[in-house]
Design a protein around this ligand. Sequence first.
Ligand code: C5P
Length: 232
Amino acid sequence: MDSRERLIVALDVPSVEAAQAIVARLGDTVSFYKIGYQLAFADGLAYAGKLAESGKRVFIDLKLHDIGNTVAAGVKSVARLGATFLTVHAYPQTMQAAVEARERGLRILAVSVLTSSNDADLAAAGYGATVEELVARRAAQARDIGVDGLVCSPEEAANVRRIVGGRLTLVTPGIRPAGASAGDQKRFATPSAAVAAGADYLVVGRPILAAADPKAAAEAIVAEIAAAGPRG
Ligand code: C5P
């Protein structure tokens, strides 16, 4: 895969106008965009369809989780937008419903355990497992159900890759080029470390959106991915 296609820019902006401005500014440097709650719930889903029509790839990061019938219907609607990736929470019923409903080239990514959760948060939510145990269990379930890939932190990627094998796609947010501000990310890695840990795609938001020259920042990350070579 071309290094340029491995960078996914998170369109974490409040309006379609702001998204259009950043997409225009990044031009041919970026071919893949992620749309999450903020933009999706501000007319961003219609914009996602237009972005896909214009030839960009689109990742809908709405982390679905509901009864199977509702998940399946939602997956079909997202497929009709022309999206490439959609996230769901890694609950077996939810993953199964999403996998069975996927169509039109849409690929399902499972979110194992939110990176904002630690062991105490899991205990408070009623789980009798550590984050590491739950991530491992859900990664194995995702593999067995036939999910297309997983979203995980760069520091989990090597372990998740061992569990799921080479076929699944791993997508890692929490990327900070050397010298960039961490923001609120507590666990992060450079682009080359994420690739070495087994990431196929890297999701980057603020290091590009908040850069004085976003296109140059994106080019530098693409160059670092290229220098890191194929995934580890
Ligand atoms: O600005 P930054 O590069 O931190 O953006 C990372 C993007 O990845 C955000 O859209 C964020 O919601 C998402 N994300 C994350 N950590 C996760 C899952 C998703 O940072 N575990």
